[in-house]
Write a protein that binds this ligand. Structure first.
Ligand code: PEP
Ligand code: MG
Length: 581
């Protein structure tokens, strides 16, 4: 009998995949990793560096414990800090490296096993639980010792056409996997707006996230159907069900071919109002897909991916080179470069920029981090300015929450311009500077921001997260993630109206913009510019061309007044009446 597992579906334009399971196993290997004698010191140093990082991390966690927290919580961290210096763990691991010429990871794991065995044999139930402390501390050190990516774990395995099943997959890993032709992802953790999900969507790889215990319940090599539309993973497939999904895939491919005829058609509503459809880029390589799907420009280039899967930070020249490559590929259509949005679910290996915090989504991320770390920000600002001499470039600031941030960025840009004039370096003095509306505070003060900036772009992924107080990467609350929540629609409407009254360009670049179900609503609310992952462009263009904007504007005005009592589906159905079937 067919079995099904459930999670949250992430369907880009491709909703279904059929393929064999490929299990990513994160368990550390116990194969002794013998090393040559001259390597011993390197491994000892590696262990020391990992211990130092683990110590810094725990000290940071301890500092953040709020006053009034029960004492035993801090004591718990103290115990872990002590264990980091405990000779039974640390010196014994060092001895193993030296005496047996093995690598640090193997030595640590081996010493962990020895200690755990000792605790397991203890009569005293309390002492037996201390084995968990050993485990936690060792895991903490391992994290810094071997920040192995899932792609590393794959080795040379042929994963083309297969379904990757993993506990977790970071955005960085997803990028590494993108070229290996995987058919789908089934992930135990992560919400629908996590960057892993966004990447999967932009790669057109169906995914189901939040599938609890998937790694235990699925087997290597078994045939799976991944239905990203319903968030279901099916195994032990009955022939009729498999046949049904094969037919769905064939229909989908036929529909895709049909949409191709729209590539060169204008993007305008039935009553002739143009709607600008732009692409979101995760990586420079995405330019080809943007062009191929007829994008009128790039509305969001997420530059943080420039920082992933590497040790050193990119310098000004590397930024510039990357931007120039994209500008060349775009052949004259505009490029919106978003400045670094590191932090929260977009992490990089260099932990010095983002020490673990209890609440990273509300912490030092995006523009907050950039304003505190000039070494991170200024090379990028200068490179964007330099790139503007070579093509139509716009700069966009993420996660603005107050005017002081806007003023600070404008000040830095002005300073960079002065410096570049002195150096006789070319740039476009009129390069537009825009801001993302991702925080409710920014949405509510959109009028003031619009007067200060050249354009606004609504980032619904974060705007929804912050408005509804739900962590976008936490699958346990993803059922609350609702783009049609009345509070969200009101905020979006407020931003669009504020931009209109100041004649400021406004677009939307969150995932909502690329979901064809919402196209009539967004047009009816007044948006004329939408930016999305390239795979959605033609589907959305098809919807735009079927919309009667006059009728939509009237219907939206009418429904927005009653939105608090109106179930989301009724709202969408009413708008659907203004769309040609
Ligand atoms: C958003 O928040 O909607 C957005 C486009 O930015 P990101 O998804 O990169 O946080
Ligand atoms: Mg965002």
């Amino acid at each position: 009998m067919t079995l099904s597992l459930h999670g949250v579906g992430i369907d880009g334009s491709r909703p279904v995949a059929i393929g064999e399971a490929f299990m990513l196993n994160r368990e550390p290997s116990l194969v002794p990793a013998q090393i040559p004698a001259h390597q011993v010191q390197v491994e000892l140093d590696r262990l020391d560096a990992a211990l130092a990082c683990a110590r810094r991390h725990l000290e940071e966690v301890r500092r953040q414990i709020p006053a009034g927290t029960p004492k035993h919580i801090a004591e718990f961290i103290d115990a872990h800090l002590l264990m980091l210096a405990d000779s039974a763990l640390v010196d014994a691991t060092r001895d193993l490296i030296r005496e047996r010429s093995v690598n640090a990871s193997w030595a640590l794991q081996s010493q962990r096993d020895t200690l755990v065995e000792v605790f397991d044999r203890m009569e005293d139930a309390y002492l037996r639980t201390r084995r968990d402390d050993v485990d936690h501390v060792v895991r903490q050190i391992q994290l810094f010792l071997d920040p192995a990516t899932d792609a590393d774990l794959l080795g040379d395995a042929d994963v083309a056409g297969r379904v990757i099943v993993a506990e977790d997959l970071t955005p960085a890993d997803t990028i590494l996997l993108r070229h290996r032709g995987v058919a789908a992802f089934v992930i135990e953790h992560g919400g629908p707006m996590s960057h892993t999900a966004i990447l999967a969507r932009s790669l057109d790889i169906p995914a189901v996230m939040g599938v609890h215990r998937a790694v235990q319940r699925l087997r290597q090599g078994e045939l799976l159907v991944v239905d990203a539309e319903t968030g279901t993973v099916l195994t032990e497939l009955e022939p009729a069900i498999l046949e049904h999904y094969r037919a769905r895939l064939a229909n989908f491919d036929a529909h895709r071919r049909e949409l191709r005829r729209l590539v060169r058609e204008p993007s305008a509503t039935r009553d002739g109002v143009p709607v600008v459809l732009l692409a979101n880029l995760e990586l420079p390589e995405d330019v080809a897909a943007a062009r191929d799907n007829g994008a009128a420009g790039v509305g969001l280039y997420r530059t943080e991916f420039l920082y992933m899967n590497r040790d050193a930070l990119p310098d000004e020249e590397e930024h510039l080179e990357t931007y120039l490559g994209i500008i060349r590929g775009l052949d004259g259509i505009p490029l919106t470069i978003r400045t670094l949005d590191l932090g929260a679910d977009k992490q990089i290996p260099d932990t010095s920029f983002h020490p673990a915090r209890s609440n990273p989504a509300l912490g030092l991320r995006a523009i907050r981090l950039c304003l505190q770390e000039p070494a991170l920000f200024l090379p990028q600002l200068r490179a964007i300015l330099r790139a503007s001499a070579y093509g139509p470039v716009r700069i966009m600031i993420p996660m603005i929450s107050c005017m002081a941030e806007v003023n600070a960025v404008l000040g830095l840009i002005a300073e960079a311009r002065r410096e570049m004039r002195r150096e006789r370096v070319a740039f476009d003095p009129l390069m537009p500077v825009g801001g993302m509306i991702e925080v409710p505070a920014a949405a509510l003060m959109a009028g003031a921001l619009a007067r200060r900036l050249d354009f606004l772009s609504i980032g619904t992924n974060d705007l929804i997260q912050y408005t509804l107080a739900i962590d976008r990467v936490d699958d346990t609350v993803s059922y609350l993630y609702d783009p049609l929540h009345p509070a969200v629609i009101r905020l979006i409407k407020h931003v669009i109206d504020a931009a209109a009254s100041t004649r400021t360009r406004v677009s939307m670049c969150g995932e909502m913009a690329g979901d064809p179900r919402y196209t009539p609503l967004l047009l009816g609310l007044g948006l004329r510019e939408l930016s999305m992952q390239p795979g959605s462009l033609l589907e959305v263009k098809d919807r735009v061309r079927r919309c009667d904007l006059g009728a939509l504007a009237r219907t939206v005005a009418d429904v927005v007044d009653h939105i608090d009592e109106m179930p989301a589906q009724v709202l969408l159905d009413k708008l659907e009446a203004c769309v040609e079937p």
